[in-house]
Design a protein. Sequence first.
Length: 115
Amino acid sequence: MPHFVIDCSETILSLQKPEDILQEVHKAASKTRLFDENDIKVRLNPYKEHYLVGGKQDDFIHVFSNIMEGRTTEQKATLSNEIVSVLKDMFPNIDFIAINIRDFEKSTYCNKNMI
């Protein structure tokens, strides 16, 4: 925890190496100091077809962030700004770059080490 899942048009990968995208998002999340760096997970899902942005196939990047509850609105806003800023710098010609943050409930979260 946390998880950052990056959905994007596949053409994004011709503009930057996937490894660089993953690393930059990881660094941006770590920079906020909201998480232990070793706990940050980042994944990339490129879409070659079967997507629309504004009714057409246009390039996009959207990060779905899932974090444990307990952070303030200000902390989550800082996290959003850090990640979108780094992606904006990497992809200055992509018009749609966004993130949303969802909270996990601590009471319902479970991983194998908890059993």
